[in-house]
Design a binder for this molecule. Structure first.
Ligand SMILES: Cc1ncc(COP(=O)(O)O)c(C=O)c1O
Length: 406
């Protein structure tokens, strides 16, 4: 187990009387920010704010160097080459941009099939639905088994030579399952389809290496892994990024512009139109430094132990039903549940009154939640600064909920 008491000292939000009482269990929505990330962002604004890749004066050169160093750090964090890492505004911006870029590169044709999963977050699913509608393609979903895992026997049937794209979530933000990303990437490759992984709940929580996974594209958000909000990343295999046309256009991504025609800069600049979120990228790089210092394997082990403990304790609560994977080894630390007789929003609100941050709703995954015959669930989600004591407080909070609705 990691020493969470020491770790919490790195996070300003956990300081002071209120901070010490805070039981933050909404990490799937967003994680907390360590001082080193806040400082890295502030240093940019205070001491070297300038635009990047444009100015020839020292301040701009320093900003460009820090921005590009951050790219190298984020790329290294997922085992990518620096030129394969595009900064975006978020995971959502990454998926939309990728779909536009693929569409603008004439990848999709009428009758092509796209395979996704029932576990998708709307940020992947809705752009897929939209492109399928625009291009008259067929969208299929890999279903989920009763143990909250992807049904690979169905996946085998769905992924065929008609498949153009296999787009799937690496880790579910509702049921917590860590999907077999390598296997699905291989299945896509075998039929000549592209693979895209939504790794938003995976990166920074479990080791993720794009080369080992063998995927074509992968995206994630900075704010789910101790980085700032408003910054995300899209990885693309070098030879694919070279071939792909951009989806967004403007300054900073061009080579030559003449009347009527434009040639584009090489990747990743080709995909970064306009002034980027410079401070956010620098903060994202600092977040990778911070997580590397803790150790990604140590983070995964810690989350697993907390998850195991939470499942054990929650299982003892009468009237609590899980809507998540209760095999801790396969769960990234996301537990959704309902308490008999209590509305999930009331549960979350009462927990909030006791200083416990959770979340209730459909978690931007309506098809998945509806497939479990409910319209909302309460979700708690853990990170490496959570302790078993936090889980004990959660259980006490749940007892208060039960008392209220008895
Ligand atoms: C699995 C998954 N994918 C994508 C997203 C979207 O991330 P963002 O809101 O940072 O774009 C989320 C956010 O909760 C998520 O959990």
């Amino acid at each position: 187990m990691l020493n969470t008491e020491n770790i919490k000292k790195d996070f300003p939000i956990f300081s002071g009387d209120d901070g010490k009482k805070l039981v933050y269990l909404d990490n799937s929505a967003t994680s907390q920010t360590p001082e080193s990330v806040i400082e890295a962002e502030m240093e940019y604004y205070k001491t070297y704010r300038a635009n990047v890749s444009r100015g020839l004066y020292p301040l701009s050169e320093k900003a460009t160097k820090e921005y590009e160093d951050a790219r190298a750090k984020v790329a290294k964090f997922i085992g990518a080459d620096t030129r394969e890492l595009i900064f975006t505004a978020s995971a959502t911006a990454s998926s939309n941009m990728l779909i536009y870029a693929m569409e603008n590169s004439d990848v999709f044709h009428e009758g092509d099939e796209i395979i996704t999963t029932l576990m998708e977050h709307h940020s992947m699913l809705v752009p897929l639905q939209e492109v399928a509608r625009r291009k008259k393609m067929i969208l299929h979903s890999i279903p989920m088994t009763e143990s909250f895992e992807l049904d690979f026997s169905e996946a085998e049937k769905l992924i065929t030579t008609k498949t153009k794209l296999v787009a799937f979530v690496g880790v579910s933000n509702v049921v917590g399952t860590i999907n077999d990303m390598k296997r699905l990437s291989e299945m896509a490759k075998k039929v000549g389809a592209y693979s895209v992984i939504d790794a938003t709940q995976a990166v920074g929580h479990i080791p993720v290496n794009v080369k080992t996974l063998g995927c074509d594209f992968l995206f994630f958000s900075g704010h789910k892994m101790c980085g700032p909000t408003g910054i995300g990343a899209l990885y693309g295999r070098a030879e694919l990024l070279k071939k792909l046309n951009p989806g967004f256009f403007g300054g900073g991504m061009v080579d030559q512009v003449v009347c009527g025609e434009t040639s584009f800069a090489p990747a990743p600049a080709k995909f970064e139109a306009g002034t980027p979120n410079i401070a956010g990228a620098i903060g994202f790089g600092a977040a990778c430094d911070y997580l590397e210092k803790i150790g990604i394997q140590e983070i995964e082990n810690h989350i697993q132990e907390i998850t195991e403990y939470a499942i054990e304790k929650l299982s003892e609560v009468a009237g609590l039903k899980f809507y998540s994977n209760i095999d801790a080894k396969k769960n990234v630390g996301v537990i959704s549940f309902l308490i008999e007789g209590a509305h999930p929003h009331d549960t979350s609100e009462i927990l909030g009154r006791h200083g416990i941050a959770s979340r209730a709703g459909h978690h931007c995954a309506q098809p998945l939640v509806k497939s479990m015959d409910v319209y909302a669930v309460t979700r708690v989600s853990f990170y490496f600064y959570n302790s078993k004591e936090d889980i004990d407080k959660l259980i006490l909070g749940i007892m208060e909920v039960k008392k209220m609705f008895a």
